[in-house]
Design a protein around this ligand. Structure first.
Ligand SMILES: Nc1ncnc2c1ncn2[C@@H]1O[C@H](COP(=O)(O)OP(=O)(O)OP(=O)(O)O)[C@@H](O)[C@H]1O
Length: 260
Protein backbone atom coordinates (compact mmCIF):
# COMPACT_ATOMS: atom_id res chain seq x y z
CA UNK A 1 0.00 0.00 0.00
CA UNK A 2 1.51 3.35 -1.02
CA UNK A 3 -0.52 5.46 1.41
CA UNK A 4 1.27 6.59 4.53
CA UNK A 5 -0.63 6.04 7.77
CA UNK A 6 0.24 8.76 10.29
CA UNK A 7 -0.01 9.27 14.05
CA UNK A 8 -3.09 8.70 16.16
CA UNK A 9 -5.58 11.50 15.44
CA UNK A 10 -8.51 10.21 17.48
CA UNK A 11 -8.16 8.13 20.63
CA UNK A 12 -11.24 6.75 22.34
CA UNK A 13 -10.46 5.63 25.87
CA UNK A 14 -12.75 3.44 27.99
CA UNK A 15 -15.97 4.79 26.50
CA UNK A 16 -19.21 3.68 28.17
CA UNK A 17 -22.63 4.86 27.05
CA UNK A 18 -25.94 3.92 28.65
CA UNK A 19 -29.53 4.63 27.72
CA UNK A 20 -31.50 4.00 30.90
CA UNK A 21 -30.89 0.33 31.60
CA UNK A 22 -29.32 -0.40 28.19
CA UNK A 23 -25.54 -0.56 28.01
CA UNK A 24 -25.02 0.56 24.41
CA UNK A 25 -21.22 0.76 24.82
CA UNK A 26 -19.15 -0.75 27.63
CA UNK A 27 -15.54 0.27 28.21
CA UNK A 28 -14.59 0.61 24.55
CA UNK A 29 -11.09 1.76 23.63
CA UNK A 30 -9.61 2.09 20.17
CA UNK A 31 -7.72 4.64 18.14
CA UNK A 32 -7.81 6.02 14.64
CA UNK A 33 -4.63 6.99 12.82
CA UNK A 34 -4.32 9.83 10.40
CA UNK A 35 -4.98 8.86 6.78
CA UNK A 36 -6.37 5.47 7.80
CA UNK A 37 -9.53 3.70 6.69
CA UNK A 38 -10.90 2.37 9.97
CA UNK A 39 -14.01 0.19 10.03
CA UNK A 40 -16.40 -0.51 12.89
CA UNK A 41 -18.30 -3.75 12.40
CA UNK A 42 -20.57 -5.99 14.46
CA UNK A 43 -23.97 -7.67 14.44
CA UNK A 44 -27.21 -5.66 14.68
CA UNK A 45 -27.50 -3.70 17.91
CA UNK A 46 -23.76 -4.10 18.64
CA UNK A 47 -23.31 -0.36 19.27
CA UNK A 48 -21.77 0.79 15.96
CA UNK A 49 -24.05 3.78 15.34
CA UNK A 50 -23.80 4.75 19.00
CA UNK A 51 -20.02 4.79 18.64
CA UNK A 52 -20.21 7.01 15.56
CA UNK A 53 -22.59 9.32 17.42
CA UNK A 54 -20.12 9.55 20.30
CA UNK A 55 -17.34 10.52 17.88
CA UNK A 56 -19.67 13.03 16.24
CA UNK A 57 -20.74 14.65 19.51
CA UNK A 58 -24.41 13.57 19.23
CA UNK A 59 -24.14 11.29 22.26
CA UNK A 60 -22.14 12.12 25.35
CA UNK A 61 -20.69 9.01 27.02
CA UNK A 62 -21.12 8.69 30.81
CA UNK A 63 -17.56 7.38 31.15
CA UNK A 64 -14.37 7.59 29.16
CA UNK A 65 -12.20 10.10 27.42
CA UNK A 66 -11.96 11.27 23.82
CA UNK A 67 -8.57 12.54 22.71
CA UNK A 68 -8.65 14.42 19.42
CA UNK A 69 -5.36 15.57 17.90
CA UNK A 70 -3.62 14.98 21.22
CA UNK A 71 -6.04 17.01 23.36
CA UNK A 72 -8.90 15.84 25.49
CA UNK A 73 -12.13 16.81 23.80
CA UNK A 74 -14.73 18.38 26.01
CA UNK A 75 -18.46 17.82 25.69
CA UNK A 76 -19.60 19.23 22.38
CA UNK A 77 -22.50 19.47 19.96
CA UNK A 78 -22.53 17.93 16.45
CA UNK A 79 -22.08 21.28 14.71
CA UNK A 80 -18.94 21.78 16.79
CA UNK A 81 -17.63 18.40 15.63
CA UNK A 82 -18.08 19.58 12.06
CA UNK A 83 -16.22 22.83 12.67
CA UNK A 84 -13.32 20.93 14.24
CA UNK A 85 -12.96 18.83 11.09
CA UNK A 86 -15.28 15.86 11.63
CA UNK A 87 -18.04 15.36 9.05
CA UNK A 88 -20.43 12.48 8.54
CA UNK A 89 -22.90 10.86 6.21
CA UNK A 90 -26.04 9.17 7.47
CA UNK A 91 -27.54 5.70 7.15
CA UNK A 92 -30.81 7.28 6.02
CA UNK A 93 -29.68 9.96 3.63
CA UNK A 94 -30.26 13.43 5.08
CA UNK A 95 -30.44 15.55 1.94
CA UNK A 96 -32.94 18.20 0.83
CA UNK A 97 -34.87 16.15 -1.72
CA UNK A 98 -36.41 19.11 -3.58
CA UNK A 99 -33.10 20.93 -3.97
CA UNK A 100 -30.59 20.36 -6.77
CA UNK A 101 -27.42 18.30 -6.36
CA UNK A 102 -25.37 21.50 -6.54
CA UNK A 103 -27.39 23.29 -3.84
CA UNK A 104 -27.30 20.24 -1.56
CA UNK A 105 -23.52 20.04 -1.78
CA UNK A 106 -23.37 23.81 -1.24
CA UNK A 107 -25.11 23.35 2.14
CA UNK A 108 -21.95 21.54 3.26
CA UNK A 109 -20.11 24.85 2.84
CA UNK A 110 -22.33 26.68 5.35
CA UNK A 111 -19.84 26.20 8.15
CA UNK A 112 -17.20 27.92 6.14
CA UNK A 113 -19.20 30.98 5.16
CA UNK A 114 -17.61 33.88 7.01
CA UNK A 115 -19.07 37.12 5.67
CA UNK A 116 -22.20 38.46 7.28
CA UNK A 117 -25.71 37.87 6.03
CA UNK A 118 -26.33 41.47 4.97
CA UNK A 119 -23.29 41.46 2.71
CA UNK A 120 -24.37 38.11 1.31
CA UNK A 121 -27.87 39.37 0.67
CA UNK A 122 -26.50 42.41 -1.13
CA UNK A 123 -23.96 40.25 -2.98
CA UNK A 124 -21.21 42.72 -2.19
CA UNK A 125 -17.45 42.71 -1.84
CA UNK A 126 -16.12 39.91 0.36
CA UNK A 127 -19.41 38.03 0.18
CA UNK A 128 -19.23 37.85 -3.60
CA UNK A 129 -15.61 36.69 -3.51
CA UNK A 130 -16.44 34.11 -0.88
CA UNK A 131 -19.43 32.79 -2.81
CA UNK A 132 -17.25 32.34 -5.89
CA UNK A 133 -14.66 30.42 -3.86
CA UNK A 134 -17.33 28.15 -2.37
CA UNK A 135 -18.79 27.50 -5.81
CA UNK A 136 -15.32 26.59 -7.07
CA UNK A 137 -14.84 24.06 -4.29
CA UNK A 138 -18.29 22.59 -4.88
CA UNK A 139 -17.60 22.29 -8.62
CA UNK A 140 -14.36 20.45 -7.82
CA UNK A 141 -16.30 17.97 -5.69
CA UNK A 142 -18.90 17.52 -8.42
CA UNK A 143 -16.12 16.73 -10.92
CA UNK A 144 -14.40 14.42 -8.45
CA UNK A 145 -17.59 12.42 -7.85
CA UNK A 146 -18.41 12.35 -11.57
CA UNK A 147 -21.87 13.84 -11.14
CA UNK A 148 -21.64 16.81 -13.56
CA UNK A 149 -24.54 15.46 -15.61
CA UNK A 150 -26.96 15.65 -12.66
CA UNK A 151 -25.76 18.87 -11.03
CA UNK A 152 -29.10 20.64 -11.59
CA UNK A 153 -31.34 17.64 -10.88
CA UNK A 154 -33.44 17.64 -7.70
CA UNK A 155 -31.93 15.00 -5.42
CA UNK A 156 -35.29 13.28 -4.81
CA UNK A 157 -35.41 12.22 -8.48
CA UNK A 158 -32.09 10.40 -8.38
CA UNK A 159 -31.61 6.67 -7.87
CA UNK A 160 -30.52 5.69 -4.37
CA UNK A 161 -26.87 5.02 -5.26
CA UNK A 162 -26.46 8.51 -6.69
CA UNK A 163 -28.20 10.09 -3.69
CA UNK A 164 -25.60 8.39 -1.49
CA UNK A 165 -22.88 9.86 -3.68
CA UNK A 166 -24.38 13.37 -3.29
CA UNK A 167 -24.53 12.82 0.48
CA UNK A 168 -20.81 12.02 0.35
CA UNK A 169 -20.29 15.23 -1.68
CA UNK A 170 -22.10 17.29 0.95
CA UNK A 171 -19.83 15.87 3.66
CA UNK A 172 -16.73 16.46 1.51
CA UNK A 173 -17.74 20.10 1.02
CA UNK A 174 -16.88 20.58 4.70
CA UNK A 175 -13.29 19.57 3.85
CA UNK A 176 -13.17 17.27 6.88
CA UNK A 177 -10.07 15.75 8.39
CA UNK A 178 -12.12 12.80 9.58
CA UNK A 179 -15.06 11.55 7.57
CA UNK A 180 -17.57 9.29 9.32
CA UNK A 181 -19.55 7.08 6.96
CA UNK A 182 -22.61 5.28 8.31
CA UNK A 183 -23.25 2.27 6.05
CA UNK A 184 -22.22 4.01 2.83
CA UNK A 185 -23.02 0.91 0.76
CA UNK A 186 -26.37 -0.06 2.32
CA UNK A 187 -29.10 -0.78 -0.22
CA UNK A 188 -26.75 -0.55 -3.20
CA UNK A 189 -26.34 -3.00 -6.07
CA UNK A 190 -22.91 -4.50 -6.84
CA UNK A 191 -21.99 -1.86 -9.39
CA UNK A 192 -23.00 1.02 -7.11
CA UNK A 193 -20.97 -0.56 -4.30
CA UNK A 194 -17.90 -0.78 -6.51
CA UNK A 195 -18.27 2.90 -7.45
CA UNK A 196 -18.68 3.93 -3.80
CA UNK A 197 -15.61 1.90 -2.76
CA UNK A 198 -13.57 3.62 -5.43
CA UNK A 199 -14.74 7.08 -4.31
CA UNK A 200 -14.03 6.34 -0.64
CA UNK A 201 -10.51 5.15 -1.45
CA UNK A 202 -9.93 8.15 -3.76
CA UNK A 203 -11.08 10.58 -1.05
CA UNK A 204 -8.70 8.90 1.36
CA UNK A 205 -5.86 8.91 -1.13
CA UNK A 206 -6.23 12.25 -2.91
CA UNK A 207 -7.50 14.45 -0.07
CA UNK A 208 -5.69 12.57 2.69
CA UNK A 209 -8.98 12.29 4.60
CA UNK A 210 -9.13 9.84 7.50
CA UNK A 211 -12.17 7.58 7.14
CA UNK A 212 -14.16 5.84 9.87
CA UNK A 213 -16.93 3.69 8.49
CA UNK A 214 -19.66 1.32 9.58
CA UNK A 215 -20.48 -1.27 6.97
CA UNK A 216 -22.32 -4.59 6.96
CA UNK A 217 -20.85 -5.92 3.71
CA UNK A 218 -17.89 -7.93 4.98
CA UNK A 219 -16.30 -8.26 1.55
CA UNK A 220 -16.20 -4.48 1.21
CA UNK A 221 -14.95 -3.92 4.76
CA UNK A 222 -12.11 -6.39 4.43
CA UNK A 223 -11.15 -4.96 1.03
CA UNK A 224 -10.94 -1.28 1.85
CA UNK A 225 -10.08 -1.04 5.55
CA UNK A 226 -6.64 -0.72 7.09
CA UNK A 227 -7.91 -1.82 10.51
CA UNK A 228 -11.20 -3.09 11.82
CA UNK A 229 -12.73 -2.84 15.29
CA UNK A 230 -15.45 -5.37 16.14
CA UNK A 231 -18.26 -4.72 18.60
CA UNK A 232 -20.78 -7.17 19.99
CA UNK A 233 -23.46 -6.32 22.59
CA UNK A 234 -21.68 -3.01 23.21
CA UNK A 235 -18.32 -4.63 23.97
CA UNK A 236 -15.17 -4.71 21.89
CA UNK A 237 -14.38 -8.27 20.83
CA UNK A 238 -11.78 -7.66 18.12
CA UNK A 239 -9.40 -5.05 16.77
CA UNK A 240 -6.75 -5.39 14.10
CA UNK A 241 -5.95 -5.67 10.41
CA UNK A 242 -8.61 -7.47 8.33
CA UNK A 243 -6.79 -10.82 8.29
CA UNK A 244 -6.44 -10.86 12.09
CA UNK A 245 -10.09 -9.99 12.62
CA UNK A 246 -11.28 -12.53 10.04
CA UNK A 247 -9.34 -15.29 11.80
CA UNK A 248 -10.48 -14.42 15.34
CA UNK A 249 -12.59 -17.23 16.88
CA UNK A 250 -14.48 -14.72 19.02
CA UNK A 251 -15.45 -12.64 15.99
CA UNK A 252 -16.48 -15.71 14.00
CA UNK A 253 -18.59 -16.90 16.92
CA UNK A 254 -20.35 -13.53 17.28
CA UNK A 255 -21.22 -13.46 13.60
CA UNK A 256 -22.35 -17.08 13.43
CA UNK A 257 -24.40 -16.58 16.58
CA UNK A 258 -26.05 -13.56 15.00
CA UNK A 259 -26.87 -15.55 11.88
CA UNK A 260 -24.62 -13.47 9.58
N1 LIG B 1 -31.25 6.80 21.48
C1 LIG B 1 -31.31 5.59 22.03
N2 LIG B 1 -32.14 5.35 23.09
C2 LIG B 1 -32.19 4.13 23.66
N3 LIG B 1 -31.49 3.08 23.27
C3 LIG B 1 -30.65 3.25 22.23
C4 LIG B 1 -30.52 4.51 21.55
N4 LIG B 1 -29.61 4.38 20.55
C5 LIG B 1 -29.19 3.10 20.59
N5 LIG B 1 -29.79 2.43 21.60
C6 LIG B 1 -29.58 1.01 21.98
O1 LIG B 1 -28.20 0.82 22.06
C7 LIG B 1 -27.83 -0.46 21.52
C8 LIG B 1 -26.84 -0.27 20.38
O2 LIG B 1 -27.53 0.31 19.26
P1 LIG B 1 -26.79 0.84 17.96
O3 LIG B 1 -27.83 1.46 17.08
O4 LIG B 1 -25.63 1.68 18.33
O5 LIG B 1 -26.28 -0.53 17.32
P2 LIG B 1 -25.77 -0.81 15.83
O6 LIG B 1 -24.62 -1.75 15.97
O7 LIG B 1 -25.52 0.46 15.11
O8 LIG B 1 -27.01 -1.58 15.20
P3 LIG B 1 -27.50 -1.71 13.66
O9 LIG B 1 -26.47 -2.48 12.93
O10 LIG B 1 -28.78 -2.48 13.80
O11 LIG B 1 -27.70 -0.31 13.14
C9 LIG B 1 -29.14 -1.11 21.09
O12 LIG B 1 -29.56 -1.95 22.15
C10 LIG B 1 -30.08 0.04 20.90
O13 LIG B 1 -31.41 -0.34 21.10
Amino acid sequence: MSRKIGDVILDLQNISLRFGGVNALTDISFDVREHEVRAIIGPNGAGKSSMLNVINGVYHPQDGKIMYRGKERKKMEPHMAASTGIARTFQNIALFKGMSVLDNIMTGRNLKIKSNLLLQALWLGPAQKEEIEHRKKVEEIIDFLEIQHIRKTPVGRLPYGLQKRVDLGRALAMEPQILLLDEPMAGMNVEEKQDMCRFILDVNDQFGTTIVLIEHDMGVVMDISDRVVVLDYGKKIGDGVPDEVRASPEVIKAYLGAGH
